[in-house]
Design a protein around this ligand. Structure first.
Ligand SMILES: *Cc1c(COP(=O)(O)O)cnc(C)c1O
Length: 369
């Protein structure tokens, strides 16, 4: 069996260092925030090329607090994509604002800049693109539109740690960038975690207050805040992992290049990063007309796959009250029907990639006859 994801190999490679770092937190009894989290914040800001990184307890909290720090609230609208994990939409609703979906570009699968402008109203405050699968949204046109209309761009970079656009890191291009450190992400904690990165001192101060009950000094609650602090142990784990991230991302790109080379000649629709983008392939998703049949056939041949995501957010029952129905975003709906995520992680071998491709191409041939 080729597993879809294998977190064991990485843990075993880092085990001695990891146990020492975790033991350091236990000895210090700094179980919440503390030195390990502060050190990780400094390192992650340096990695992203921002002045600040504010560590929180999940990527969902990062999105929620970034919107609040930007001053988004009831009556405001936030433009985003239906092709994402539901957390992007949920965070907009947590902030009290209205999510306004815009169709994706059918090639990049990210927010289509050509359709954003017609969705802007006097209530629009933020454009919230998602760097889906670790490929980046087309940031130049999005930033240009936002600048012209006086809007902020907040990046959902939960799948794009280390991805670059014109040499600049994901999360660093907008007013704020939001990351998740869920275990399966390119940089994963051993539990939940997230961060917001920003160049702005003002946003950073607000984010730090909001994650910790709105405190400005002891017993002085100046904002209606939350308990969204990062655990000390997660800060230590992420601190051990961060120096390896560039190497892991390079390994993902190398596996993706091999997938591209083996699948494109077979007529498979492979991922197409937008111009100026160096992707980090959190997910390697191909598009297949007979997706469900081929997923089952691959499973029978010992290849585990996944789907990111089988239903766009506007068709999820929980968000039906936003008033979108089937047919609202044909490109997003077609992608959801056709996406198939193949195994990709740094420890996956070239032989395993070749084996996945062999089985996929064989399944395609037999399903055509
Ligand atoms: C994982 C993810 C999130 C949510 O992050 P959590 O840490 O699970 O809360 C948000 N947006 C996208 C695009 C994600 O992939």
């Amino acid at each position: 069996m080729i597993p879809f994801l294998d977190l064991q190999a990485q843990y075993h490679a880092l085990r001695p260092e990891m146990l020492e770092a975790i033991s350091g937190v236990l000895e210090s009894t700094q179980f919440v925030l503390g030195d390990a989290v502060a050190a990780f914040e400094r390192d992650f800001a340096a990695f992203c090329g921002t002045r600040h990184a504010v560590a929180v307890n999940s990527g969902s909290s990062a999105l929620h607090l970034a919107l609040l720090a930007a001053g988004v609230g009831p009556g405001d609208e936030v433009i985003t994509t239906p092709t994402t994990f539901v957390a992007t939409t949920a965070a907009i609703l947590y902030a009290g604002a209205r999510p306004v979906f815009v169709e994706i570009n059918p090639v990049t699968h990210c927010l289509d800049p050509n359709r954003v402008e017609q969705a802007i109203t006097p209530r629009t405050r933020v454009i919230l693109p998602v760097h889906l699968h670790g490929l980046m949204a087309e940031m130049d046109p999005l930033l240009e539109i936002a600048g012209r209309h006086g809007l902020l761009v907040i990046e959902d970079a939960a799948q794009a740690h280390g991805a670059r656009y014109r040499g600049r890191k994901a999360g660093e291009l907008g007013a704020m960038g939001c990351f998740s450190f869920y275990p399966g992400k390119n940089l994963g904690a051993y539990g939940e975690g997230g961060a917001v990165v920003t160049h702005s001192d003002e946003y950073a101060v607000k984010l730090r207050m909001l994650r910790d009950w709105g405190l400005a000094g002891r017993h002085n609650h100046v904002l209606k805040g939350f308990n969204f602090r990062m655990d000390g142990i997660q800060g230590a784990v992420l601190g051990v992992k961060l120096p390896h991230l560039d190497g892991w991302n390079a390994a993902r790109r190398s596996r993706a290049a091999l997938y591209d080379a083996l699948l494109a000649p077979g007529g498979v629709s492979i991922p197409r990063p937008p111009a100026h983008c160096e992707p980090v392939y959190h997910v390697y998703a191909v598009r297949l007309a007979a997706r469900d049949r081929i997923q089952a056939a691959l499973q029978a041949r010992g290849v585990a796959t996944n789907i990111h995501y089988p239903r766009p957010v506007h068709l999820q029952p929980a968000y039906a009250d936003l008033g979108y129905g089937p047919g609202a975003f044909p490109h997003a709906e077609a992608a959801a029907r056709e996406f198939l995520s193949l195994p990709i992680y740094p420890e996956l071998t070239d032989d395993q990639v070749a084996e996945v491709c062999h089985h996929l191409l064989a399944c395609l041939e037999s399903s055509e006859s």
